[in-house]
Design a binder for this molecule. Structure first.
Ligand SMILES: [Zn+2]
Length: 318
């Protein structure tokens, strides 16, 4: 898997073979469903399931999964990981799982607690189950859809329309001007919490145009040049965060569209002081937002966000 320095993004792995060629093989699918080595990742409505310890994913074997199959909403091939085949099992929230004492979670409180590969597998599972849950019926004619290709396509039972899993691209950008960077605060956030700017790409828009528009809409700042840096899958519910660094042409901030309550220019010293005094909180260290800030922050000698963050209380929200 890709490591971005010593801080990998959550959901950006795992080292998983998605087995795309096998998705068409119904016989292979059926055999793997009952293989004792196969593991099932349950997703109950929108929630992942952890054991009582709060950090170990609940994985079901084939016999446990078979008991739940009658009430299951979908079974989706995820792939092969460390020699085992994994499926996502979409269940309703009131399903009685084997054993007791589980934690149902959207995973955000567990960032930094779960293994990176476990988070990635659970995030992939929740994204696929969410897509199934939203597409029981054909958008063209309203007839029920049927799962095909090991859960990676939904076919309309009447008109033949085929639905594919959707990923929604969103740009996330660290804007800089000289020795300062631009961070914003959304309504509803804690008063000391600031983050990079972000927004969804619209139809008919390039990534570059999307970065320019989002930054201008949210802060009145015009972006001159930009560079793509890295990406992070974000299963809330189905986004892909495309991370950019951009340079500003102007500095007069005006929050135009109500998406941000406030935006400010921060020097590295401002950020260091804010984190030290706990008057500033950034996104979770496992997010691309944090990574973009850290990358810029540590380009100046003597500035280490990692060192500062160790002392600050870890945020559980991204
Ligand atoms: Zn249809």
């Amino acid at each position: 898997m890709h490591n971005h320095g010593e801080l990998p993004f959550v959901f950006s792995g795992p080292d998983l073979d998605r087995l795309a060629p096998q998705r068409n093989d119904a016989e292979w699918f059926a055999v793997r469903l009952t293989d004792p080595a196969t593991r099932f990742v349950p997703v109950c409505d929108e929630d992942n399931v952890l054991l009582a310890d709060g950090v170990t994913p609940l994985l079901l074997d084939a016999s446990a999964a078979e008991v739940l199959q009658t009430g299951a909403q979908c079974t989706v091939l995820l792939g092969e990981y460390r020699g085992q085949t994994y499926f996502a099992l979409g269940l309703s929230g009131d399903t009685a799982l084997p054993g007791n004492n589980f934690t149902l979670t959207n995973l955000r409180p567990q960032f930094g607690m779960l293994e990176d590969d476990a988070l990635a597998l659970l995030g992939y599972a929740r994204a696929m189950v969410h897509w199934h849950a939203l597409n029981h019926y054909c958008g063209e004619c309203g007839a029920p859809t049927q799962s095909r290709r090991s859960g990676h396509e939904l076919h309309c039972s009447r008109c033949g329309n085929i639905l594919y899993p959707r990923v929604n691209p969103a740009v996330i950008v660290l804007v800089t001007h000289g020795e300062r960077c631009l961070l914003g605060r959304q309504p509803g956030w804690a008063t000391n919490r600031y983050s990079t700017l972000a927004g969804f790409v619209e139809p008919g828009e390039s990534l570059e145009a999307s970065v320019r528009r989002e930054v201008q809409e949210e802060t009145n700042i015009r972006v001159a040049c930009m560079h793509y840096r890295a990406s992070q899958p974000w299963p809330y519910p189905a986004s892909l965060m495309l991370g950019f660094r951009a340079e500003a042409e102007n500095t007069d901030i005006r929050c135009n569209d109500g998406e941000l309550l406030e935006a400010r220019w921060f020097s590295r010293a401002d950020i260091a002081r804010g984190l030290r005094e706990a008057s500033l909180t950034l996104s979770t260290p496992q997010s691309i937002s944090y990574w973009l800030i850290r990358e810029w922050f540590e380009e100046a000698p003597g500035f280490s966000l990692t060192e500062l963050a160790v002392r600050a209380a870890p945020s559980t929200r991204a």
